[in-house]
Design a protein around this ligand. Sequence first.
Ligand SMILES: NC(=O)c1ccc[n+]([C@@H]2O[C@H](COP(=O)([O-])OP(=O)(O)OC[C@H]3O[C@@H](n4cnc5c(N)ncnc54)[C@H](OP(=O)(O)O)[C@@H]3O)[C@@H](O)[C@H]2O)c1
Length: 229
Amino acid sequence: MATVLITGVNRGIGLEFLRQYAQAGWTVIGTCRDPEGADEAKAIAEQANVTLRALEVRDESAINALAQELSGTAIDVLLLNAGMMGSRSLVLGELDAEDFRQVLDVNVVGLAIAAQAFRDHVLASERRIVVGMGSFLGSMASNDDGGLYSYRASKAAVHAIMRSLAVDLRPAGAIAIAMHPGWVQTDMGGPDALISTEESVSGMRAVIDGLDAAHSGRLLTYSGDELPW
Ligand SMILES: NC(=O)c1ccc[n+]([C@@H]2O[C@H](COP(=O)([O-])OP(=O)(O)OC[C@H]3O[C@@H](n4cnc5c(N)ncnc54)[C@H](OP(=O)(O)O)[C@@H]3O)[C@@H](O)[C@H]2O)c1
């Protein structure tokens, strides 16, 4: 059975990925900042095929230490899901450097360092897939509403990273994509969001299952449509 590593599994989309891949019988390594306090994830991790590991994605040495610990473990699908919206750098006039940097640190730097750290694990696997959680809000061609400065910038950067990864890993037969999960009912998406985590994650799992080399370097939605950069 294939192995998936998912970041940010204590709530939201990451928790649903953990639940669905666990149920499908995959070997699942879920990471979150505080596994002890992650009650729902802990309950899922009672299954033999699921393990929970502590990981703060702003901590480069923690990422590298986990990668080292897992050396020799092939990771078929690396799901770089952990992310944040930030609260103070969304509206012009309220931009705040510290808040802005934190969003970039988590969404961009953490994701890139994790992609690098787990690259050899992915290349040692059969499926060789890296998914970076991007967003429609990071699509510059789709930005007609403005605002959301730090979040949009961070997700545009995620898209750029996934595109570079796709190019760099192509000779090794790996696939790297950015995904838009839809507007999803989570703490981040809020209650007015259009779809449930179940619908988003079922859709993304089907897209991931159907990936081939031709998809690499693209930004795909949970329903498999391609979005412009
Ligand atoms: N919901 C949407 O409509 C939507 C749309 C487009 C893209 N996305 C993207 O999808 C991903 C998941 O979003 P979501 O809706 O599930 O958000 P969420 O409910 O706010 O969950 C965010 C997850 O990221 C984790 N995280 C945040 N900062 C972290 C850090 N420094 N180190 C490790 N983990 C950290 C959180 O852990 P803690 O609980 O420890 O903070 C949590 O597990 C994000 O990348 C988001 O940008 C969401």
